[in-house]
Design a protein around this ligand. Structure first.
Ligand code: ADP
Length: 322
């Protein structure tokens, strides 16, 4: 069987581990893996080539994706997905391993349902916001990167007795923000799913800490928080209270870097499992981790509501900040 492997949407550390595992497991089973560059765009442009096992040498420990990734708005159109399926059939590619996030899985679901191309999804996004899995590739690495950065900011915040607002990625998910905040001992966290995300609550919390004698504070802000991003919240606090605060946007440094051991391990397990199932004729699923075990979900499950950060974690950030 000829199995195509692609990475789509936002890149995430650990994608290369999944690519390597898919290619080498295919080879071990006597199948042929093809690397497709630039995600779904590459399928439309036939930007692909056979990927020998040796092409995966020394990629396990690298961030990003050797297959490159792209956003492909054309793939939202049913007739372009039909074109994609025709291209795949012409090249003899019967199955796809699609490593990406929510949008990529929606594309995979449509391609499988409408065109009968066997599709397997591997969760790859630093947001960790997919239903049916406790983990996505890149989250653990991004979390550790954010924690390390904030530890450095904490040193200077303490030295100057200053308030820092630190923005982490998460346009619609507070998963990274809440985990980062708890791991850094942040004084507060603002994130989209928060039940108590008012400006007044934030000000009250910072004021209470000030009265307790705390002179420096770190507030972690998810970029998609309802109050606005860190720049917006910072400007408002400056205007209303004249605070000498600093805003740090961690930005894309959270996306890069060598994947953590966990992201490498899960990338390897998922890459191999996806190929084993496709080779057995199974498609229309994505892989995940549930309570520590490898889980298999139907692709249609991507339409379920996204998971929110556990509520008790946000509360714990508040309780432990005193
Ligand atoms: P991610 O996979 O990281 O969530 P995007 O949301 O950008 O990233 O999705 C990646 C690509 O998946 C899009 O550029 C598009 O080609 C495809 N895609 C997204 N949503 C859909 C959809 N509803 N139907 C078909 N294809 C989609």
């Amino acid at each position: 069987m000829r199995i195509g492997v692609l990475t789509s949407g936002g890149d995430a550390p650990g994608m290369n581990a999944a690519i390597r595992a898919a290619v080498r497991q295919a080879d071990a089973l006597g199948h042929e893996a093809w690397g497709i560059r630039q995600g779904f765009q590459g399928v439309l442009e036939k930007d692909w080539a056979p990927m020998p096992t040796r092409a995966c040498a020394n990629i396990l420990q690298r961030g990003g994706t050797v297959l490159h990734t792209a956003r492909c708005p054309e793939f939202l159109e049913i007739h372009r997905r039909a074109d994609a399926a025709a291209n795949l059939r012409e090249a003899g590619i019967q199955a796809l391993v699609i490593i990406g996030g929510d949008g990529s899985f929606r594309g995979a679901e449509a391609l499988q349902r409408e065109q009968g191309i066997l599709c397997a999804g591997i969760p790859g996004t630093i947001d960790n916001d997919l239903p049916g899995t406790d983990r996505t590739l890149g989250f653990d690495t991004a979390l550790n990167t954010a924690v390390e950065a904030i530890d450095r900011i904490r040193d200077t915040a303490s030295a100057h007795g200053r308030l820092f607002l630190v923005e982490v990625m998460g346009r619609s998910s507070g998963m990274l923000a809440v985990h980062t905040a708890l791991a850094c001992g942040a004084e507060a966290v603002l994130y989209p799913e928060s039940p108590d995300d008012s400006y007044q609550a934030l000000v009250a919390r910072l004021h209470a800490n000030w009265l307790r004698g705390k002179r420096s504070s770190i507030v972690v802000v998810a970029e998609g928080d309802d109050l606005g991003n860190a720049m917006v919240v910072g400007a408002r606090l400056r205007r209303d209270y004249g605070l000498d605060l600093r805003v740090v946007v961690l930005g894309h440094i959270q996306r890069g870097g060598s994947p953590s051991a966990l992201d490498r391990i899960w990338g390897s397990r998922w890459g191999a499992e996806a190929v084993r199932r496709l080779a057995a004729g199974e498609g229309g699923f994505y892989l995940g981790e549930v309570a520590g075990a490898l889980a298999v979900q139907p692709l249609a499950r991507i339409l379920d509501p996204r998971p929110a950060p556990p509520g008790d974690m946000g509360e714990l950030v508040d309780i432990l900040s005193r």
